[in-house]
Design a protein around this ligand. Structure first.
Ligand code: MG
Length: 347
């Protein structure tokens, strides 16, 4: 099997603001695994807050090269991914890129969608939220207008005054909201007051209200909050779930955190067995990784898979969007294909 990887800069249509920073692009390292004439695609999306660098990711992929290039079809995907995971701890995005590419390739060679490989019989178009980043009021108003087809909006909060932020949003839309606080609330009593305020504002759920380190405060808030709380930064991999279960009502599972599709399916199973809600989310990824996660969306309670819509130079085609719904990519594997134009020419 042949391994190729290359760096690509995904460029936002609008500068993208969260509570910690605003950025105009996201680096992704794309992976191609080729067996005979068939190519599987994968992606390591690397926003700075993830804490995994381009250099680390490239170095992990190079370390895995001799193992990957010895693989022959048919390969046992389970044992391949175990071996890759053992190379070293961390590097979850690099591991995700290899996991996604192996699943895509395996599905294409077996002529089955990845959802079928996991026994998911039917994947329907599903309602997805659309994210509005933190910005000046007139820019947010413009973004809300552009998102008119979406029925559920996700607001990046954690600003110095989140009440004012939500009141500003409410001047332009009455749609239900997901509020992602990105660890921005640091006082539990104020957090509970904010949760009650949000509950009165047609907010459906809160994502990662408090900092990862504030475990006791987070458990206190979830026990009292009128809104369900979902872990994002607090829960990366399967091994984290046991210890954060008490703190949240649900988990936002993302491929770049879980090290790929295989572990994401196990995290979903764990949530089901332990009474936790499941959100499937994404980093600011291209259609490559988003199409991979979309294979699992019939297993989730909430879908937040809008990232490809935020970019003007997505080098892949896969999932599509219509009337606020995300449609899984047709075809085998993850259904993802490279666009005809040379992606590197645009980066
Ligand atoms: Mg989040």
């Amino acid at each position: 099997m042949q391994l190729k990887h290359y760096l690509y800069h995904l460029r936002f249509k609008h500068p993208f603001g969260v509570s910690s920073n605003t950025r105009t692009e996201t680096p992704s390292v794309f992976v191609e695994l080729q067996w005979e004439q068939v190519c599987g695609y994968g992606e390591a999306c690397l926003p700075a807050y993830l804490g995994e660098t381009v250099l680390d990711t490239q170095s992990f992929l190079e370390t895995s090269r001799s193992y990957i290039e010895r693989l022959r079809y048919p390969f046992d995907i389970e044992s391949c991914l175990q071996q890759i995971d053992l190379i070293r701890p961390g590097a979850n995005a690099a591991k995700a890129a290899l996991d996604i590419a192996l699943h895509d390739l395996n599905g294409k060679l077996r002529q089955e969608a990845v959802s079928q490989l996991y026994g998911i019989s039917h994947t329907e178009p599903t309602l997805t939220s659309f994210t509005i980043g933190i910005d000046r009021e007139e820019v947010m108003a413009q973004k809300i207008k552009e998102a008119s087809e979406f029925k559920l909006l996700k607001i990046k909060a954690g600003t110095p005054d989140d009440r004012a932020l939500i009141r500003a949003i409410r001047r332009y839309t009455n749609k239900p909201l997901i509020v992602d606080v990105n660890q921005g609330w640091t006082n539990k009593a104020e957090a509970l007051e904010l949760a009650s305020f949000m509950n009165d504002q047609n907010v459906l759920l809160l994502e990662q209200p408090m900092p990862v380190a504030m475990k006791e405060e987070m458990a206190w808030l979830t026990a009292r909050s009128p809104l369900p709380t979902y872990a994002d930064e607090s829960a990366k991999r399967l091994a984290d779930l046991e210890s954060v279960a008490r703190q949240f009502s649900g988990i936002n599972i993302k491929l770049m955190k879980s090290a790929g599709i295989r572990e994401a399916t196990r995290m979903i199973e764990w949530c089901r067995q332990n009474g936790k809600k499941v959100m499937l989310g994404c980093m600011a990824e291209s259609s490559c990784a988003t199409s991979a996660m979309a294979q699992l969306m019939s297993l989730a309670d909430v879908i937040d898979l809008d990232a490809p819509l935020l970019y003007k130079n997505d080098p892949f085609k896969g999932v599509s969007y219509a009337d606020g719904f995300i449609h899984p990519a047709p075809g085998f594997g993850c259904g993802v294909q490279k666009k005809e134009t040379d992606p590197n020419a645009e980066s």
